[in-house]
Design a protein around this ligand. Structure first.
Ligand code: FMN
Length: 580
């Protein structure tokens, strides 16, 4: 859709039809279609498909929660309108040596984990950083880095790519832009500058023009256009006295969400707790009735604070804003200090700490503009919509953390755990194409830690409907058998029905010292034999524990099957990670 290298890969009649169709679609439909083609993999891996024509600009994105993919699509749209030929590719599908034959590369990447590259692009990242990376003397490049300044290692993946591409011989087209969570405007401005530096082919896209809306989503709904659904059931699955309870949430879907498959997630747009909103209004001596505008939408201040603004984490932008309004010398000095010092201060001060320690007045709209946008949170869908298309099930664990002398709760999990039947919830679908069931009958090894069981429940429901069932082995770990065996009945039923050939459980508190890897190492012959038969291996849940497990499994498997056996699993796209 976005490649306009001459000549287009169509016959004349085909090309006329394509242009005719594009001309008949409105902007949102075109974006939907381009996102759909990318997401369904219908677009060819154009980076690999070589022609003698000059190369279009390669736009590679690294994403976990979709922001960078959307910006890549936006950049491609803008390039199309400006007569610049582009190809958009997920860096997860690109090998560094393919860059040696390119002239122009734009990388748009997030940083995740604790300053890590997004999980899907780990192989590309390691390849580019490694000793075997190609010389890139002919490459001109630009990097847009997305991140969150509340993390210690802000935007480091983009920074690392930027430095590495230069070190490999590349020439920077324009300076890298690091963006915080309120990235939209900065990213648009950077794109506008970049367009001036990219080569034009002269052809402009048949139809698209600039638009202020975000680029395509393969679904009708996205974080800017969420679907509102109603709570049916909110049930505690774990012990009543558990400090971090786990709930099962059922939501009514009045409208079908097309193509939401087992393995996919939804982004939840949580509301801030009313007490927190009230405390912020009090601290600022503002009335919640005051009118403000958020994304061109007029609304009372109380709604903006409840639904759209982060009332917990303070960004450096807000620090400057509050220093000006409070006139507090300590804050003014801090604003002149190094950003590292500012971030250290902000890690010790949530919004209310700052507002109460340094009292000030600020106009309602200015306050809303200065606060960070409230970020959606992704939750894996715990049921198969092919079985039940009017309900969506989620598994939610409370997130509690110590902060200064007190205990805080995660905004999204608190919001979800407190929901009552009948309450509305805003959400949008999020595809997770790398965490899907294979189409064939290859054996499946499903390894889950805690809420990592959620997508497997959807897998089991989908598998139960297949006429030919692949062998399926579940390994699940939680705290105590009596209280924390999440979805015990579903799992036992799947076992009884033959959907699950084998189930192994580990309950840490029942057997101190036990580890999730024990059942796998104890049955290493079986594991190796399943993998030899082409099994797909899935890891879902706690990042720390499952990364440790992966390292140990890699060692064990490489010892048995030869060095590189584990790596081969990844290369064959039979290793699926969903870690958080
Ligand atoms: C679990 C998690 C960890 C993150 N870790 C970092 C980090 O270490 N440094 C950083 O700058 N941003 C971090 N971020 C922020 C993301 O980079 C930011 O939200 C970005 O817009 C995500 O882009 P994506 O939607 O394309 O994945 C993290 C976000 C999440 C959800």
């Amino acid at each position: 859709m976005t490649a306009h290298a001459t000549p287009p890969p169509f016959s004349d009649p085909q090309w006329r039809q394509v242009r005719q169709l594009l001309g008949a679609l409105d902007e949102r439909q075109r974006w939907w279609l381009s996102g759909y083609l990318t997401a369904t993999g219908t677009a060819p891996d154009t980076a690999a498909a070589r022609t003698d024509a000059p190369h279009p600009v390669l736009i590679g994105y690294g994403t976990e929660t979709d922001n960078c993919r959307q910006l890549a699509r936006l950049l491609s749209e803008r390039c199309g309108a400006a007569g610049i030929a582009t190809e958009v590719i997920d860096l997860a599908r690109l090998r560094p040596r393919q860059l040696a034959r390119r002239d122009h590369l734009v990388i748009i990447t997030a940083t995740h984990g604790d300053g890590d590259p997004p999980e899907p692009i780990q192989a590309f990242y390691q390849g580019l950083m490694g000793d075997d990376a190609p010389k890139l003397d002919n490459l001109k490049f630009a990097v847009l880095a997305l991140g969150d300044s509340s993390y210690e290692r802000f935007c480091v993946t983009g920074q690392e790519f930027d430095q590495r591409l230069e070190a490999l011989g590349g020439e920077r087209l324009i300076a890298r832009q690091d963006c915080d969570v309120d990235f939209e405007q900065l990213a648009r401005d950077w794109i506008a500058r970049l367009l001036e530096a990219l080569p034009k082919t002269g052809n402009t896209d048949a139809a698209p023009g600039p638009s202020p809306a975000p680029a395509s989503s393969p679904f009708r709904y996205d974080k800017h256009h969420p679907l509102t659904v109603e709570v049916l059931v909110n049930q505690n699955l774990s012990a009543a006295d558990r400090r971090q309870p786990i709930h099962h949430l059922e939501l009514a879907l009045d409208q079908a969400i097309p193509d939401l498959l087992p393995g996919d997630a939804v982004g939840i747009l949580a509301d801030n707790p009313p007490e927190l909103v009230a405390a912020v209004l009090d601290a600022c001596e503002l009335s919640g009735e005051q009118p403000v505008t958020v994304n061109d939408d007029a609304q009372p201040l109380v709604q903006a604070l409840r639904q759209s603004r982060d009332l917990t984490i303070v960004g450096t932008g807000f620090l400057t804003f509050w220093a000006e309004h409070s006139n507090a010398p300590a804050l003014k000095t801090l604003c002149e200090a190094e950003s590292r010092e500012q971030r250290a201060f902000l890690r010790q001060h949530q919004l209310l700490d700052l507002l109460s320690q340094y009292p000030a007045h600020a106009p309602a709209q200015a306050l809303v503009n200065a606060l960070r946008p409230l970020q959606p949170r992704l939750y894996d869908v715990a049921n198969s919509l092919a079985e039940l298309d009017d309900e969506l099930h989620l598994t939610i664990k409370a997130f509690r953390y110590p902060f200064r002398e007190r205990h805080e709760q995660g905004i999204a999990s608190r919001y979800l755990l407190d929901l009552q039947p009948g309450d509305p919830v805003r959400l949008y679908p999020h595809r997770n194409t790398r965490f899907r069931l294979p189409d064939d009958d290859a054996p499946l090894i499903l390894i889950a830690e805690g809420t990592g069981i959620a997508p497997y429940r959807a897998f089991l429901q989908a598998l139960s409907q297949r006429p030919q069932r692949p062998p399926c082995w579940l390994v699940f770990a939680e705290q105590r058998f009596e209280e924390d065996f999440l979805y015990q009945l579903d799992i036992q039923q799947a076992h009884a029905d033959g959907v699950l050939e084998q189930v192994d459980t580990v309950f840490y508190q029942d057997r101190p010292g036990a580890s999730l890897i024990d059942p796998l190492l104890n049955q290493i012959d079986r594991l190796a034999s399943w993998i030899e038969q082409g099994a797909h291996l899935y890891l879902c849940g706690d990042k720390g524990r499952l990364s440790d497990l992966e390292n140990s499994l890699k060692t064990a498997l490489d010892q048995r099957q030869g060095d590189g056996a584990w790596k081969q699993l990844g290369r064959n796209k039979r290793l699926h990670r969903n870690l958080y």
